[in-house]
Write a protein that binds this ligand. Structure first.
Ligand SMILES: CC(C)(COP(=O)(O)OP(=O)(O)OC[C@H]1O[C@@H](n2cnc3c(N)ncnc32)[C@H](O)[C@@H]1OP(=O)(O)O)[C@@H](O)C(=O)NCCC(=O)NCCS
Length: 204
């Protein structure tokens, strides 16, 4: 990858983590040639509502949510709340700042199935793009930059992707990113595939 593709990051210190919580990445903004990963603001509301209510986007994520319930949620909670946790980003078009999708690097809860270590709580990558943004390599670009940022600030460790086995677009993306499939299991009445990569494989 050329130096023009090197993500640029800015840091905001996290508050001290509780002893039982392992860190995720602390950067709040990452730029790539076409994208800016950033925190949410009010103008993202329509994009978030579309992500939650689009039947194609939600096909392997439990189905679309009722629009009224989603609107009520944002009325009550506000928009910024969606990305308040470290490692949670709006994927925005770098030129227009429009919301293209959402990306998370969180810790996979120990009480969910799908782990590669005894203790669980591994880093887990999750991504969702608006339907109109599929097929342009934008999820790959966002994920590569976020994983590289995580690799540059955290010790080497496994990072997971868990996705429905029927979700071929997501599995293709995982494979392009260098994740290898290690297991399948049943959850939410569907077969899930667990894929893993070593975090430091994303260092430039
Ligand atoms: C999973 C998801 C993010 C994948 O999006 P995507 O656009 O297919 O993924 P990528 O960013 O890797 O783009 C790959 C596609 O862009 C094309 N492409 C075009 N320009 C490209 C470029 N510059 N670089 C790379 N790929 C490019 C590739 O050929 C490929 O096209 P194809 O799928 O038609 O073969 C998207 O389908 C989605 O949001 N699904 C719903 C949410 C979901 O299920 N998330 C999984 C939860 S973990």
């Amino acid at each position: 990858m050329t130096s023009s593709n090197t993500p640029k990051t800015s840091h905001t210190p996290n508050p001290p983590a509780p002893a039982a919580t392992s860190p995720t990445l602390s950067v709040t903004e990452i730029t790539t040639p076409r994208l800016r990963l950033r925190k949410a603001h009010d103008a993202d509301r329509a994009g978030f509502i579309e992500l939650q209510t689009d039947p194609q986007v939600r096909l392997h994520l439990g189905g679309p949510r009722p629009r009224a319930a989603v609107e009520q949620y944002f009325d009550a909670m506000g928009v910024a709340h969606v990305t308040h946790k470290p490692g949670t980003f709006v994927i925005a078009d770098r030129a227009t700042d429009d919301l293209v999708g959402v990306l998370l690097i969180h810790r996979r809860p120990r009480d969910l199935p799908g782990h590669v270590t005894e203790e669980g709580g591994e880093l887990e990558l999750t991504y969702v793009l608006r339907r109109a943004a599929w097929g342009s390599g934008l999820a790959f670009e966002a994920a590569t930059a976020a994983l590289r940022a995580a690799a540059s600030e955290l010790p080497d460790q496994p990072v997971l992707i868990v996705t429905q086995t029927a979700n071929t677009r997501s599995l293709d993306l995982a494979a392009r990113l260098g994740f290898r499939r290690v297991a399948t299991f049943e959850a939410h009445e569907a077969e899930q595939t667990l894929a893993v990569a070593e975090l430091h494989s994303f260092l430039a």
